[in-house]
Design a protein. Structure first.
Lengths: 261, 175
């Protein structure tokens, strides 16, 4: 074994990856060859430096907590979309009735208190809709980052035309849209992305003309924002952090000011 | 995550103990705190989805392979979305590494070491992180990265060579 062979094998030697015979051959060579021994010393020092420097990135506690929460909050039964649908419809119907009732008794603002059962149910539906869209690999029916493709797609599928603002310039590119079912009616679901986070925007004609400010809440590790403006109800949900989702909600609210045709 | 209670228990048992390893790899590959969290979260979602395909064995290696894939997807996506603005320029290194006297890497300050590691190309960075920080064997690294053991060995050699050159450039010594 010459110096060239030895130097080629120094790394696996240093990593303890050589068989015993070759390991001993190299050990023997290093004892006699100063040049190779110096190579070995340099390698050892590099590895010692890597081992002693605080280079390891430990997972933040918040991430740990969020993952544990995600796991706990996930629907416990593996189910296909088809099987889950009926339950979602049932929920939707129940919530829809509650929604109308709530709208009838509250004046001023729709869903004014976080404690109303209608709102709670709608929140559940929104969360379920979001989770379903991610789980079933069915985030979008029409996949496009072009609002001029997504907006017309809803024509003939809904009795209204949702606003589809282009927020790519602000770092929230559009990924597409799909039909979903919430509040006892088919609704438009617009899908935006922030990094790897999908953001679902559910929007449908509001039952009244009230304008409400953006309200935010957290459920099962997801952040939810909702408001009502220009006759439309908006529900936004994502696992994005609250700060960025607030920003997104603000942008969407600002860009969807025009009344629906 | 589409798991029943039984699977969820198995999944947690197989993957949660390796969260630090997952985050460390994601953080070194993305070089960004937020992105690393996103990548890990995405990886856990994917891992849960494909958990049925996990037949026991080395949970850490299996999870790290998923994390690695998610990190590379993130890198590709970022390249597609953002233009060149936030890449190498941010991590440009100064000239303070070029001290021919400092043969002894022990003296290299930790910041320099961190920077040198961050500057390696991803395929060199990942084998170094998996070997030196995670302590994986060549075989385990090969499983995570999806290349033959021989490739792991040669990448590791070249990565270390580059690190030594960056930390203590000494003309004519290492080639």
């Amino acid at each position: 074994m010459d110096c060239r062979d030895v130097q080629n094998l120094l790394h696996p030697y240093s990593d303890g990856e050589l068989d015993l015979v070759r390991h001993l051959q190299i050990e023997h060579h290093l004892a006699e060859c100063a040049a190779c021994a110096e190579h070995q010393l340099g390698l050892r020092r590099l590895r010692e430096a890597l081992a002693s420097a605080p280079l390891y990135h430990h997972a933040p506690d918040a991430l740990r907590a969020r993952l544990a929460a995600d796991l706990r909050s996930a629907p416990a039964t593996p189910s296909r979309r088809g099987r889950r649908r009926p339950r979602a419809l049932l929920w939707a119907t129940a919530a829809g009735i509650g929604l109308v009732a709530a709208a009838a008794v509250t004046t001023g603002a729709l869903l004014s208190r976080a404690s109303t059962s209608a709102e709670t149910k709608l929140v559940e539906q929104v969360v379920a809709g979001h989770v379903r869209s991610l789980q079933a690999d069915h985030l979008t029916d029409v996949a496009s980052s072009d609002r001029h493709t997504v907006k017309p797609w809803f024509r003939g599928k809904l009795d209204y035309s949702p606003q589809v603002p282009d927020l790519a310039g602000e770092g929230y590119p559009l990924s597409g849209g799909r039909l979903d079912y919430l509040a006892d009616r088919p609704v438009a679901a617009l899908v935006y992305h922030r990094r790897l986070h999908a953001i679902n925007v559910f929007t449908w004609p509001a039952p009244d003309a009230d304008e409400t400010p953006v309200r935010a809440l957290a459920r099962q590790g997801f952040h939810v924002c909702y408001w009502q403006r220009a006759g439309m109800a908006y529900w936004v949900i994502s696992d994005l952090n609250a700060q960025e989702l607030d920003e997104f909600a603000g942008l969407l609210r600002q860009h969807s000011a025009a009344p629906p045709p | 995550m589409r798991l029943n209670l039984d699977e969820r228990g198995r999944f947690e048992h197989a993957t949660l103990p390796h969260l630090d390893a997952a985050y460390n790899l994601a953080r070194w590959l993305t070089r960004d705190d937020h992105a690393a969290e996103d990548v890990v979260q995405e990886a856990y979602f994917r891992a849960a989805k494909f958990f049925a395909g996990f037949r026991g064995g080395d949970g850490r290696t299996w999870l790290l392979a998923v994390v690695r894939r998610a990190a590379y997807d993130w890198l590709a996506k970022r390249r597609a979305w953002a233009a060149a603005s936030f890449d190498e320029a941010v991590h440009d290194r100064g000239d303070d590494a070029s001290n021919p006297e400092s043969l002894v890497i022990r003296k290299a300050d930790q910041q320099l070491l961190r920077q040198a590691l961050e500057e390696l190309s991803p395929e060199f960075r990942e084998v170094t992180v998996l070997r030196e920080l995670e302590g994986l064997s060549y075989q385990q690294i090969a499983a995570v990265v999806g290349v033959p053991v021989g490739t792991v060995m040669s990448r590791l050699s070249r990565a270390r060579k580059q690190l030594r050159q960056r930390l203590a450039p000494c003309p004519g010594r290492e080639e």
